[in-house]
Write a protein that binds this ligand. Sequence first.
Ligand code: 5GP
Length: 182
Amino acid sequence: IIKMVDIQSKHITKQYVSFDSIYNDIHTLYKKIKQIPVNIDCIVAIGTGGFIPARLIKNYIEVPVLTMTVSHYQDEVLQTKTKHIQLIQAETEESKFIKGKNILVIDELDDTRTTLAYITNKLLELQPNKIIVGVLHNKDKEKSGILDERVTYISSKKVKDKWIVYPWEVKDIDKHNKLSIL
Ligand code: 5GP
């Protein structure tokens, strides 16, 4: 069941996603990942939106979870750019989880794909054996970020190019659920 609904507010049509639908999407994502003949050694959660999805994927793929966190800002020509807050650096204890290993990168949403391209390029510098990217939702739009050809990309499902509100972003979960279960 798709528990999403479009709400018109201040000219932005939002899609409110319930935890129940997140659980279904996680299971779908897992089933798609399972079809790839690769044993995953480690999950990299992209923060902060990918933290909870990564924890939920860990219920199916029991491997260590590391994190890389980014933030977004607008440059002079109002283009959205990515900058990192925390990365896994080369020659550190954490980098041993990446070098020569099969990595599953998890994020909640692929919008312009800029973040996924940024993070996977940083991870490739650490010489993993294989990178699989798994996202819950892939916005149906043209992407400006381009993934390296060595990266395998999977999404649980495509969604409309409208603002999505996730249950972990809200303070009032009852109100959120009402909007998402209409
Ligand atoms: P991208 O780099 O693919 O353009 O966007 C990456 C991040 O921007 C997403 O992981 C998410 O954190 C944030 N983002 C983009 N669109 C939305 C949206 O519709 N809803 C929410 N909650 N976050 C979004």
